[in-house]
Design a protein around this ligand. Structure first.
Ligand SMILES: [Zn+2]
Length: 80
């Protein structure tokens, strides 16, 4: 009975430690895989600029809209 109890306690501890370890591994793995997939799709998404109609990568659109070229197009749109 004494041995059995000790075994149970040990294995329970081992399982808990293993679970923690797996959790950490899984989080790290998932995050890397997620980032990779996310970047692959997100950084390729293109969209048309509402001001000048140019096709731009979406995450660069804000920066593009700060350019003189695009702002001139926006002014033209507003005055037209
Ligand atoms: Zn533009």
């Amino acid at each position: 009975m004494g041995l059995n109890q000790t075994m149970t306690r040990v294995s329970a501890f081992a399982v808990k430690a293993l679970t923690e370890e797996m959790k950490n591994l899984k989080v790290k793995f998932d995050r890397a895989a997620y980032r990779k997939k996310y970047d692959a799709t997100y950084f390729k998404k293109k969209t048309r600029c509402p001001n000048c109609g140019e096709l731009r990568v979406k995450h660069m659109l804000k920066r593009h809209m700060q350019t003189k070229k695009c702002q001139r197009a926006a002014d033209r749109l507003r005055s037209a």
